[in-house]
Design a protein around this ligand. Structure first.
Ligand SMILES: [Ca+2]
Length: 197
């Protein structure tokens, strides 16, 4: 990490009032504690609740797939709309079990645009609806409550958005749980909890 980047991270840490930590001064420090800087993509491990933030979307996907997909486009919109690439992610996940599986990407804007937050976990989804959720994001990341407008799910997971904390309240259409370019007027900018089945 060069000094310019460190300085900008410190400035950003101050901007994220109260979130500044000494970690900003340490070379190679994980940026998660600081919250995402502008243009960064963060990824949360739903199995451990650890969050890491990356300078590129490509790096976030590599992290979320245990390094198996290291060449995703540096474009979260392109990733959502590139069926061949997403198929490859699914296939790789099936052929080469590892510690990280892409579970879902959330977008602040409709049609897979705007800021994106990636979720991943330590196993694929298999049970489907009717069983207990495989994963739950019980709390939205800072700056993400009541923001989600589109999403894609992955690795066999079916995603359901909920308007209230604790995964209560109005929920997104279970018939559109693989991906959704617009979550609908009732759920738009309402999500406070997510489950994957
Ligand atoms: Ca939105």
């Amino acid at each position: 990490m060069n000094m310019i980047k460190s300085s900008s991270m410190i400035a950003l840490a101050v901007a994220f009032a109260g979130c500044a930590t000494d970690a900003a001064d340490e070379p190679g420090a994980d940026q998660a504690e600081l919250g995402p800087a502008a243009g960064q993509t963060c990824a949360t491990n739903l199995s451990t609740q650890e969050t890491s933030c990356f300078e590129t979307f490509t790096a976030a996907i590599a992290h979320a797939t245990g390094g198996r997909v290291a060449d995703a486009p540096n474009d979260a919109h392109a990733y959502a709309t590139d069926v061949a690439l997403r198929d490859r992610v699914e296939r790789i996940a099936g052929l080469h079990p590892a510690a990280a599986y892409f579970i879902g990407a959330q977008y602040k804007d409709a049609n897979y645009r705007g800021d994106v937050w990636v979720y991943y976990g330590d196993h694929p989804c298999a049970a489907g609806f009717g069983s207990s959720p495989e994963y739950e994001a019980a709390v939205m990341p800072s700056g993400w409550n009541d923001e989600i407008s589109s999403f894609i799910a992955g690795t066999g997971c079916k995603e359901v958005l909920y308007a209230e904390g604790g995964c209560m309240g109005h929920e997104s259409d279970v018939n559109q749980a693989d991906f959704e370019a617009y979550v609908g007027d009732a759920m738009n900018d309402q999500t406070s909890c997510i489950r994957w089945f």
